[in-house]
Design a protein around this ligand. Sequence first.
Ligand SMILES: [Ca+2]
Length: 198
Amino acid sequence: MKTKKILSTLLRGAAFFVASASSQASNLFQNPGFETGDFTGWISGGGSKTVTSAEAHTGNYSFAGQALDFASQPFTPIPTSSISELSFWGKRDGGLANAVTLSYSDTSSELIIVNKIPIGSSDWTFINLIDYLDDGKLLTGFHIYGTSPGPAYLDDFNLQPGQRPSPVPEASSYLACALLLAPFGAKTFRLLRKRQAV
Ligand SMILES: [Ca+2]
């Protein structure tokens, strides 16, 4: 019985390791956790941007950005229907929100306000942007700003190819919006939902 339990624990550990390794292997971000200790793979800008060892979600480094600092990556165009995850981890000392811009092959872009990272928390917050991707488009780029006062620490960016999960609506708020906007049609409701803060 005891041997069975140990074996089961070992197998679970092995499965986790394989899943984790496979997730890292297919991540389309280059240098997603800044573990080169610099901006290799990223386009960066702003006067106080740094890759720092002061904070890290995993590994030893993260991107530390004030408001005008940014980090961007272009991608080989990928259909939004073929993205199973678009996410990152954040922690910040101040500032209201991080702005993220997603770019598409039709030259359109989408601004997302990320304000759900608590200020001054010792914990890192997981931010999932998968529901914010525009349907029927090809994603070509990701762009994120820091915060002021800051910095915002940002780490472990993840763009995973795969089947896009169906959006999970937040029943109460979306139902209220849907009822309110019913006369204007489904498209209006969807636009409002996409502009909500993350
Ligand atoms: Ca890292």
